[in-house]
Design a protein around this ligand. Sequence first.
Ligand SMILES: Cc1ncc(COP(=O)(O)O)c(C=O)c1O
Length: 479
Amino acid sequence: MSAETAAPYLARLGAAQRRLAEHAARPLPDGLTDPDPGASERWEAGQVWAHLAEFPGYWLEQIRTLLERRSGGVEEPIPFGRTKADAERIAAIERERRTDPAELLRRVTAQIGEVSTALTDLSDDAWTARGLHPSIGEMGLPAIVERFIVAHLAEHADQLDGLELVTLEEIRGAAERIRGVALHTPLLRWDDSTWLKPESLQPVGAFKMRGAYNTVASLTDAERARGVVTYSSGNHAQAVARAARLLGTDATIVMPEDAPPIKVAGVRRDGAEILFAGRSGEERHAVALDLVEREGRVMIEPYDDRRIIAGQATCGLEIAEDLPQVTSVLIPVSGGGLSSGVAAAIRALAPNARVIGVEPELAADAQASLAAGEIVRWDGSLTTRTMADGLRVEKLGWLPFLHLRRFMDEIVTVSEEEMAEAMRQLAARARLVVEPSGAAAMAAHLSGAAPQPGGDDHRVIVISGGNVDPALFAKILAG
Ligand SMILES: Cc1ncc(COP(=O)(O)O)c(C=O)c1O
């Protein structure tokens, strides 16, 4: 019975442990956290880690002492706990704040293991124990476990997430960098309450110009002299090829054999070298990493990079500037660079607007990831079923996931036929040539997958790209 009581806590402890392990595997971020809930502390990442490495054990000890005193006959509720000003707590954080997070992760993991075992072993009676905290007052054991251990771990994992999010300053910096190269696309009126943001009009026919140019322009001269490399099904490939040419470096792009000919031709026009390889995005990533290793090239990631996210976010910056009264934004999601950047910009500048992600039903891994609270992978054999070749990535990038979990309201899905219908309507009514991936958000609007806006609403639909092969376009138009 009490193993059953413990089970939901154990699942969440495991989830927190995995989140922390992801953070520990990456470079320590700069900056200060958001203030601690209920206090004004703003910490460096090192202080967060130092605290994480001490508190689960501390609270487990408190719980054990409480239960011992109770079984020794002390009247409930039994005093326990400490305040944030506790001298030992402060000293422990100060002492360990420069310790390697990998080492601190080992300590947190060991303590989470001990907590899990202890909770599993608690009797039903023990779960009814009551304590008295100096500032909160009387609490039952489930509330103590929840507040001081389980939710507490998630809160500090949230703080570490927060340090990884792109800032408005980075987004504004990207806007400066791409000025005159990427278009500030107009908002086209679709109907009384709906506007289109036609990224299909960008120089390479997709929003990807924003992030790719921002990233290549952010490199040092020495880095640019080494050349760049990326892997992409097509639009990021074209954007990196163009950015490399404009900024005087050379690019190698790893592309799938079945990339749309129009995208292959675009890359060639800008003089980049193409390497056809890999059955999945993951395999192509490995080939590109090999070129980093062997040729010293600099990797321009398609979505899992803060310079890419900040660049794509300029699309959201423009939406908020041009339509400050925006109430919802519909946006396609694949690796998540575009949606996470736009969601970050919209949340900062139009905080009441809803941001709704859209995926093909056939490649709905991001929707599954938000539902699960962790990144869920769909195999390439599944995601490649959709005709939306820009939305076939197997899983969200880690940084995009952190942004989407924080800023995205929901993710909805659309069918292949709904994307085709959106392409037809965009061609006929807005005179826009749009590729399937670029029409996904419109498909969610037209099909009702994203509920229609009401009278006072101001909805923006991001039309993310227009690189569709003429033969496919003709076939779709013909219905
Ligand atoms: C036209 C189009 N729309 C949307 C996306 C999805 O962008 P992201 O991978 O940043 O989620 C892509 C990605 O290639 C794309 O080419």
